[in-house]
Design a protein around this ligand. Sequence first.
Ligand code: SF4
Length: 232
Amino acid sequence: MTGDAASLRILNEQIVACERCLRLREHCTEVARARRRAYANWEYWGKPVPSFGDERARVLALGLAPGAHGSNRTGRPFTGDGSGDFLFPVLHEAGFASRPAALSRDDGMKLKDLWITSVVRCAPPANKPTPEELRNCAPRLDQEMGLLKNLRVIVCLGRIAFDGLLAHAQRNGSLPARSGFVFSHGAEFALPGGFNVIASYHPSLQNTNTGKLTRPMFLAIFKQARKLAGLA
Ligand code: SF4
């Protein structure tokens, strides 16, 4: 294991142990205690959700936050809910994921050239983190981006992730101003510092059930990410 891979694992352990946002920690714990009837036999994860993927990734998928009965139950990003059911078949077809379905932390899923993380690591009520919670979790993203040394392309899943990435670039001084960076599905930007950014609608049920985001649209995003990352 390289030093950066070990550091990413340590960072993940620190994320899992984080208690900084009282409202989010209480919410996740309560959801895990009450459970959904369909998952009554599950022992929910209930902790902050660590990032997942290939430490040598050239592509980063940046999401919003864990789902209350998805990642907050399974302990892995986009695993066990409708968003993940839409995302992983696309990642599999685009060559990033070893399997087309993500069910649990021990389902054997492996990612290649892709790292998945989010701007907030604890499931927020109504999927809406507060500005303070976003700020609290931001240093994790800063640390993570610094450790992903091969990173070339960032796919922002939704407007909040897009804003979170721009805020990261402003914190590290690589983006003096946000003018010209406007979210729209499929938009591409070159960030000063050498990263390519692709904006995408989030694969939430709200977007996928209404046809706002279709599978061909989403597959095109990840194929473009491969191309920009120089992956075959
Ligand atoms: S959202 Fe981030 S900062 Fe807040 S408690 Fe969870 S891991 Fe910690």
